[in-house]
Design a protein around this ligand. Structure first.
Ligand code: NDP
Length: 398
């Protein structure tokens, strides 16, 4: 029986609150806090209708350390689940350190003025979290998150060593808009327009944004889709913790329509993150674009189709070369029926709830800052099967 404070009332926050509310034996009291309390209240009302559970709400600007500290001191949670934006990671970790409360997030810290995805800022908290006797679990979404756990499972239960890893993320859904992003547009476009990077023979290789592609034949009726090489943060922690990996890459599918819109937006400067003067006022084009694009949380009712995210792995077992694919398929409309959200928010929110469950039920214990692959994958994967994200694996001779 534990109290959790969830910060961030967006698409992912909505799913986390719903999923925690479905498990009162683990999450006995839940508070949802965000910058705009009306969004928290709306989610709490939907959760009450669906599950009968009452959720407390509060307003907090998590960029202001003192506000988060005051809220933690008054609510006294055992864990803070941060599903606000990556910019809030460090201030919320600071508040957890100050108050001695465990921390969990789904995306690594990014400095607002530079699209840079690195764990160094959060890993630097390890000794202070350890000294305080609390734990931080980083990246408990799908990718990062479940993909890290899939790799840990492959290494623990299927291979003696893994050598090549391709994380492949496909959204084969259709939301009916000319252009929209499936999670926070600012964070999504910063990620997509950044240079690609992959790990090969103990070094990082950089590529131009979306310059490399491959076609992958996705299972369960999705079929062949073009995937583009990108950098994704879990590559950094996976090659650090699993030193046998010789090559690690991350791929994501994009439709031609999405890429055409993106190219035009980039060409006219709408994805810039540096301030420009407009009628005597400084504006950041990407933030302005975010205000124009559909709110990802509103895409749920119209989005049809499925997502498939998985890890394609090559390695050895008993001196035999094997290939292996482990994946989840999530249906946008089934997710919407259950929690009122599309599958991208769902595939992030469910693992956040399960990561929280691992901490609160002491299945995953530690003092310091950890990535998902550092813990036993078995109890996490067991819960994933039960709570809406079943996974499938296939293995064959290479
Ligand atoms: P949204 O933009 O829908 O929601 C973000 C929420 O955070 C908003 O409600 C926003 O409030 C709130 N927020 C922003 N700044 C603050 C602040 N200073 N204090 C308090 N609350 C704040 O984003 P998503 O729900 O789509 O994404 C949430 C997180 O999940 C992001 O970090 C994203 O990168 C991550 N993610 C991870 C994935 C994974 O697989 N690991 C996949 C997808 C997303 P307001 O409404 O007032 O602006």
């Amino acid at each position: 029986m534990s109290r959790v404070l969830i910060i961030g009332a967006g698409g992912v926050g909505n799913v986390v609150v719903h999923k925690c509310a479905q498990l009162p034996s683990v999450f006995s009291e839940i508070m949802l806090a965000g910058r705009t309390e009306s969004k928290c209240i709306k989610i709490a009302e939907n959760v009450r209708i669906r599950t009968g559970t009452n959720i407390l709400t509060a307003r907090v600007d998590a960029d202001r350390n003192s506000e988060t500290i005051d809220l933690i001191r008054s609510f006294k949670p055992e864990l803070v689940i941060n599903v606000a934006l990556p910019y809030q990671d460090l201030p919320i970790m600071d508040a957890c350190l100050e108050t001695g409360v465990n921390y969990l997030d789904t995306a690594n810290y990014e400095p607002p003025d530079e699209a840079k995805f690195e764990y160094k800022w959060q890993w630097a908290y390890h000794d202070r979290f350890k000294k305080k006797g609390i734990m931080a679990l980083l990246g408990s979404g799908f990718d990062p998150g479940v993909t890290n756990v899939f790799c840990a499972h492959a290494l623990k239960n299927r291979f003696d060593d893994i050598h090549e890893l391709d994380i492949i993320d496909c959204n084969a859904g259709d939301h009916g808009h000319a252009f929209a992003t499936n999670f926070n547009p600012e964070i999504n476009l910063r990620e997509v327009t950044a240079k690609g990077r992959y790990w090969e023979n103990a070094t990082w290789v950089e590529t131009e944004p979306l310059a490399e592609s491959m076609t992958f034949d996705f299972p369960e009726g999705i079929g062949p889709k073009k995937c583009y090489l990108m950098y994704h943060e879990e590559l950094e922690s996976l090659v650090k913790h699993f030193t046998g990996i010789k090559r690690a890459r991350f791929w994501m599918t994009f439709s031609d329509n999405y890429l055409n819109h993106l190219e035009v937006l980039q060409n006219v400067g709408m994805t810039r993150i540096d301030p420009v003067m407009y009628e005597g006022m400084e504006i950041i084009p990407l933030k302005f674009l975010k205000a124009l694009l559909p709110d990802p949380a509103s895409l749920g009712p119209a989005t049809k189709g499925k997502t498939c995210i998985g890890c394609l792995i090559k390695g050895i077992r008993n001196d035999k070369n094997l290939q292996y694919f482990i994946y989840n398929i999530c249906d946008h409309q089934e997710a919407y029926r259950e929690v009122g959200a599309q599958a991208i928010s769902y595939t992030t929110g469910v693992p956040a709830m399960i990561g929280a469950m691992m901490i609160l039920t002491r299945k995953w214990q530690g003092k310091g800052v950890f990535n998902m692959e550092q813990f036993d994958p078995d109890p996490f994967l067991e819960q994933l099967q039960i709570h809406g994200l079943p996974w499938t694996e296939i293995i064959w001779n290479d």
